[in-house]
Design a protein around this ligand. Structure first.
Ligand SMILES: *Cc1c(COP(=O)(O)O)cnc(C)c1O
Length: 357
């Protein structure tokens, strides 16, 4: 079977050598030495000053929203993974959906101002598939209306925009290090901020809001463990070569696929891609289903990612219509992509797709 992704596993003996250190210390969590070392390595790799290594890519979004209380409205994208909307609802904020740009599939900045009310607290947008949101336009709007900008950067690790990590934009950027992502710590995530005060709050918040006997505010358990940090320490030096290998796979898809009947997002000017996903958009949902079925018969499992458009989630009431996102969500499929995908498989998958267009 060829799945949409396959988790990269580092050298087993190297991982075991980290485990040996954990056993020797008998120190398994609570900001241990490996977690601190990984935090440092992540900051160096991304070129950012303030980063907190946390339990997953969802809790970090919750932590950013928690700082904004009392709750209000959050302007957000309908074209993302369900976690982006879930955290807004979970934290008792109201999601206000703004449709996406038909070229980049990121939130359309031209539609944001019309959605701002006196209750708006923040803009929470996703760098979807590692593409860059229009960070300049969003920052300008946020400044004018005194709003916080939170980027869900779960897809953005390793992508650069105008020579800096895409995760260095906004007031908060979050990241997921889940096993399905480009860089992973089995489960894990991080939050990147732009001031020492915010960074201090995130470090406190992930550890129940207290340090020793000093209690500051309501916190949560957002920490991650030494066992997870060890996986990250094995994987972080490999990121450049993983991106290189993914690029080779993506370039082959681009070469082999028949683009007369397919579309793909337009990557932002100034973006150095991380090749985290390979989305293709079909002419109709019927065509998508036909191709998905044909691939499935050959043991090839692409993923409808993202489907449905998040404004259509069944537990939301009176969510805004987002015609562009709803349309793309019906027609988009992410093709199998990982660093070790054999090039012969890319050729075969592309040929099967072309056959059914
Ligand atoms: C994976 C993902 C998340 C959630 O990350 P977890 O680490 O699984 O909690 C959030 N947003 C987006 C866009 C994602 O792709």
């Amino acid at each position: 079977m060829i799945n949409v992704t396959k988790t990269y596993l580092p050298d087993f003996d190297e991982y075991v050598s980290y485990l040996k250190r954990i056993w020797d210390n008998a120190y398994l969590t609570n900001n241990g030495p490996l977690a601190q070392e990984l935090e440092q390595k992540l900051k160096e790799y991304l070129g950012v000053e303030y980063l907190s290594f946390c339990g997953n890519g969802t809790i970090v979004l919750q932590m950013a929203l928690k700082l904004l209380e009392p709750a209000g409205e959050i302007i957000t994208t309908p074209f993302s993974y369900v976690a982006t909307t879930n955290v807004i609802v979970w934290e008792n904020f109201k999601p206000v959906f703004v449709d996406i740009d038909p070229a980049t599939y990121c939130i359309n900045p031209n539609l944001i101002e019309a959605a701002i009310t006196e209750h708006t607290r923040a803009i929470m947008a996703t760098h979807v598939y590692g593409n860059a949101c229009d960070v300049e336009a969003i920052e300008q709007i946020a400044k004018k209306h005194n709003l916080v900008v939170i980027y869900d950067g779960a897809h953005a690790f390793g992508a650069n925009y105008l020579g800096k990590s895409l995760l260095s934009y906004g007031d908060f950027s979050t990241c997921s290090f889940h096993a399905t992502k480009l860089f992973h710590t089995v489960e894990g995530g991080a939050i990147i901020t732009n001031t020492p005060e915010r960074d201090e709050k995130m470090h406190l918040m992930r550890a129940f809001g207290h340090r020793g006997d000093d209690y500051f505010f309501v916190g949560v358990n957002g920490k991650n463990s030494e066992v997870h940090a060890a996986m990250g320490l094995c994987n972080i030096p490999l990121v450049p070569q993983l991106i290189e290998a993914r690029k080779a796979v993506c370039d082959l898809y681009t070469e082999f696929l028949d683009w007369t009947h397919l579309a793909t997002p337009q990557w932002a000017q100034g973006l150095e891609r991380n090749y985290s996903y390979y989305p293709v958009v079909f002419e109709s949902e019927a065509k998508l289903l036909q191709v998905k079925d044909a691939l499935g018969q050959h043991g090839i499992v692409p993923r409808r990612y993202f489907y449905p458009s998040l404004n259509k989630l069944p537990f939301l009431v009176n969510a805004e219509a987002c015609p562009v996102s709803e349309d793309i969500a019906l027609r988009v499929l992410c093709l199998p992509l990982h660093a070790e995908l054999p090039h012969e498989d890319v050729r075969r998958i592309s040929a099967l797709i072309n056959q059914h267009l």
